[in-house]
Design a protein around this ligand. Structure first.
Ligand code: 3Y8
Ligand code: NAP
Length: 248
C-alpha cells in the first residue's frame, strides 16, 4: 500500500499524522503556493504534477495504490485532475472533505455564488472590510476601491497590493476566536468576506463575526466533480481497509 495525500488543509495534516503513526507508506503533496508550508511527518513533494496526465504518470511511477484528495474545497482544478488521473490509472480515489459551514442563530450571512458576485455585493459607501480569502483574488476587489480592506495573507505580498486602502496582517491558520475577535475589533471591521472553506481551521472569524453581530459575505464553493466523499480520518482508514487501526 502507498497513499498519496493531496494536502494543504487541517484534515490533510491529521490524515498524514495518523498514517505516520501507523507506519503506512504515504506521500504528502503541496502545490507550492506559500513560502514555508507546514512540515509533515511523511515524505513531502511540492509543485504541480503537470495536469491530470502528469498526476497519472506520478501515480504509476511512484506505484501509488490509493489517492486521498484532502485539498481545500476551492481547489477545484486539483480535484478535477485527481478524478481524471484516478480513472486513467484505475487508482482508488477518495476525497477527505469537510461539509460546508451552515449559518447558525445570530449569523448575518449574505451568500454569493462566486468571487465576482462578492465584489458586486460590495457596491456602496465605504466600509471597513476584512477580506479573509487569501491573495489570489485580491485584484478583483479593486473594482470597489472605496473600502478599507483588512487582508489576511500567509506571506508578505511580494508585489504591491492593487487596493488603495488596505492593511495586511500576515498569519496562517488554524485561527482562534480570541485572535479573530481582537483583529476585528482592532481594525473596526464592519463586514467579513469569507469563502465557505468548512472545517475548523478558519471558522473562528465566523464565530467572532457572530459575537460582534457583523455581517458576513459568504462565497459558496465552486462545483466539484463526482467522487467518493468522506468526512473523517477514521472513515478514510476504513476505506483503506485499516479498521483494525481505528481509534489508535
Ligand atoms: C499551501 C499549507 C493547518 C492547515 C491550515 C483549512 C485551514 C488555515 C482556511 C482566513 C482564511 C485561505 C488560505 C486558508 C485556510 C487552513 C489551512 C486553510 C484560508 C495553507 C497552506 C497552503 C495554503 C494556500 C493558501 C492559498 C489561500 C488559502 C490562505 C500550510 C496555510 C484564505 C483560503 O498566498 C497564497 O497564494 C495563498 C494561497 C491557496 C487562498 C488564496 O487564494 O490566496 N490557502 N494555505 C498549500 C499548497 O501549497 O499546496 O502551509 O499549512 C493551509 C491552510 N489554509 O492546519 O495548518 O484546512 O482549510 N488558506 C480560504 O478559505 O479563503 C484562510 O484567513 O480566515
Ligand atoms: P487549484 O486551483 O485547484 O489547482 C491549480 C493547480 O495547482 C493544479 O492543477 C495543480 O497543478 C496544482 N496543485 C493544486 N493543489 C496541489 C497539491 N496539493 N499538490 C500538487 N499540486 C497541486 O488549487 P489551489 O486552489 O491553488 O490550491 C493550491 C493548494 O492550496 C492546495 O493544496 C489546496 O489544498 C491549498 N489550499 C487552497 C485554498 C483555496 O482557497 N484555494 C485554501 C486552503 C488551502 P498541475 O495541474 O500542474 O498538477
Amino acid at each position: 500500500m502507498k497513499i498519496l495525500i493531496l494536502g494543504g488543509t487541517t484534515e490533510a495534516n491529521a490524515m498524514a499524522r495518523r498514517l505516520a503513526q501507523l507506519g503506512l507508506p504515504a506521500i504528502y503533496s503541496y502545490a507550492g503556493r506559500v513560502n514555508d508550508p507546514r512540515p509533515q511527518p511523511v515524505p513531502m513533494r511540492t509543485g504541480g504534477f503537470g495536469g491530470a496526465d502528469g498526476l497519472a504518470r506520478f501515480l504509476i511511477s511512484e506505484r501509488v495504490t490509493h489517492l486521498v484528495d484532502a485539498t481545500h474545497p476551492f481547489a477545484g482544478q486539483m480535484s478535477r485532475n485527481a478524478v481524471r488521473a484516478a480513472e486513467q490509472t484505475g487508482t482508488p480515489l477518495v476525497a477527505l472533505s469537510r461539509p460546508p459551514w451552515q449559518p447558525q442563530a445570530g449569523d448575518r450571512w449574505q451568500r454569493v455564488p462566486d468571487i465576482e458576485s462578492a465584489v458586486a455585493a460590495l457596491e456602496g459607501p465605504a466600509r471597513r472590510v476584512m477580506l479573509a480569502i487569501g491573495r489570489t483574488h485580491l485584484a478583483a476587489f479593486s473594482a470597489q476601491p472605496q473600502h478599507h480592506f483588512l487582508l489576511r495573507l500567509v506571506d508578505q505580498p511580494a508585489e504591491p497590493v492593487p487596493l488603495p486602502h488596505h492593511t495586511v496582517t500576515v498569519d496562517r491558520g488554524p485561527f482562534t476566536v480570541e485572535g479573530d475577535l481582537a483583529l476585528l475589533r482592532q481594525h473596526r471591521i464592519d463586514l467579513v468576506v469569507s469563502k465557505n472553506a468548512g472545517g475548523e481551521g478558519a471558522a473562528a472569524k465566523l464565530v467572532a463575526a457572530r459575537e460582534l453581530a457583523l455581517p458576513v459575505l459568504m462565497i459558496d464553493r465552486p462545483p466539484l466533480p463526482q467522487r467518493t466523499q468522506l468526512h473523517s480520518v477514521d472513515q478514510v482508514l476504513h476505506w483503506l481497509g485499516h479498521d483494525a487501526d481505528l481509534g489508535v
